[in-house]
Write a protein that binds this ligand. Structure first.
Ligand SMILES: Nc1ncnc2c1ncn2[C@@H]1O[C@H](COP(=O)(O)OP(=O)(O)OP(=O)(O)O)[C@@H](O)[C@H]1O
Ligand SMILES: [Mg+2]
Length: 392
């Protein structure tokens, strides 16, 4: 076993009998280490996230109260409410992506999008430490094949290190993030103007458990490089003492795939909508009212209910093309309803709605139940696109 000796003087360093590597011996602990590093990152972020959410919620609450008090429609205020609600949704989605514990599988990820999401997660810490953030992202939207949560975690580790490097040295600073498509690779560089990495440490920053911080675990960069290498890429650092550090991540690029949902023209979708009937079931009355208004506006014929049992009774008597249902409802829930439809009305297409996306059990049901899934909260355009896809 490797022996680590911690020096607890002002500038901590690690003396090694031998360097622990990602050997077979450590392989069984990889997932646990990955998860604890994620949780520690999430813990650091929590205060910032609460603050980030409280701001848009204050705006939403305040402006909606003003609208109600004045009793007249003010599109400017409504736009502010809408923009702030969208911002809250993005914050929650980013945190959920990061906290996911399952291997949600590989997907094609827009690297610029992933960088922007990461930056949103640390926006508060960046502002608090008076750091200027400069993004110089490739106009060609480079894409990679990776697991979204893992990629966010890598960016987050490197950006957090940059923030910590700057804030440990001075009252303000600059972080520059760039992305570029070079041949068949995507290259992402994250540069800070902090103290840089010591010549003696530069070979060691990616070592497992290497840290110069009193409260650091020394896991961040080691895990990050491991993730990047597992995805067919590599990661390195260049630094000049007192001129900051640049961390570069390189990943194989994947070709763009055309967006399947743009296929049908809006005229065609309108025609299809007119002949389709939809049953909407959700125990939240506001949700069924919203979904019904949107779908009726698109020309669908709709009925809505708040419980599963009467929905089954209605489905026995009346023909529907599409069932839109919530997952968690008292009594006969979405799971029971979908199972009934699967056994009795195989011609009906189902769109499942749920806000319970953090639970592994829900995701497993969504994966196996054969229904299309739309996570709450959703925008009107996401709802119409999902229903149009079911109508085609
Ligand atoms: N941007 C940077 N500037 C200067 N030094 C850095 C920078 N990023 C990383 N380092 C050095 O590399 C070390 C290892 O980083 P790593 O992210 O693996 O662990 P940590 O930040 O110390 O701890 P943790 O990430 O678990 O909080 C850091 O302790 C620091 O000495
Ligand atoms: Mg770190």
């Amino acid at each position: 076993m490797n022996t680590l000796v911690m020096n607890t003087s002002a500038e901590p360093h690690i003396e090694r009998a031998s360097v622990p590597e990602w050997s077979n011996e450590l392989a069984p602990y990889r997932e646990r280490l990955l998860q604890s590093e994620k949780m520690s990152a999430a813990g650091h972020l929590l205060a910032g996230i609460v603050h980030e959410l409280n701001n848009p919620l204050t705006t939403i609450l305040g402006f909606s109260e003003l609208l109600l008090r004045d009793g007249k429609l003010d599109s400017d205020r409504l736009e502010k409410i809408h923009a702030e609600a969208e911002r809250s949704v993005r914050i929650i989605q980013n945190v959920l992506r990061l906290a996911r514990t399952d291997n949600s599988g590989y997907e094609i990820i827009d690297v610029n999008d992933s960088i922007r999401r990461t930056v949103e997660l640390v926006e508060y810490q960046i502002r608090l430490n008076r750091i200027d953030l400069n993004l110089s992202l490739s106009g060609r939207s480079p894409k990679v094949l990776a697991q979204a949560g893992e990629l966010t975690q890598v960016f987050l580790n490197v950006v957090t290190n940059a923030i910590q490097a700057i804030s440990g040295m001075r009252a303000s600073g600059e972080i520059r993030i760039s992305s570029a498509l070079i041949g068949d690779s995507v290259r992402i560089s994250i540069t800070d103007d902090g103290p840089g990495v010591d010549e003696t440490d530069i070979q060691r920053v990616f070592e497992l458990f290497f840290t110069t911080k009193e409260t650091g675990t020394g896991l961040g960069l080691s895990l990050s490089r491991k993730i990047i290498r597992e995805n067919g890429g590599d990661m390195w650092v260049s630094s000049t003492k007192s001129c900051g550090a640049t961390f570069t991540i390189q990943l194989p690029a994947v070709a763009d795939t055309p967006c399947a949902e743009e296929e049908s023209s809006s005229d065609e979708s309108g025609m299809k909508a007119l002949s389709r009937s939809v049953l909407i079931v959700d125990d939240e009355d506001h949700i069924t009212e919203l979904v019904e208004s949107v779908l009726q506006g698109c020309g669908y014929r709709t009925d809505r209910l708040n419980e599963g049992a009467p929905a089954i009774e209605l489905l026995k008597k009346k023909e529907y093309d599409i069932l839109i249902c919530d997952l968690h409802m008292p009594g006969t829930n979405g799971r029971d309803l979908i199972e009934w439809v699967r056994s009795n009305r195989t011609d009906i297409r189902v769109l499942l709605l749920s806000g319970d996306v953090a639970r592994a059990e829900t995701r497993e049901f969504v994966r196996t139940c054969g229904a299309h899934f739309l996570p709450k909260p959703f925008s009107i355009s996401e709802l119409t696109k999902a229903v149009q896809r079911l109508s085609s």
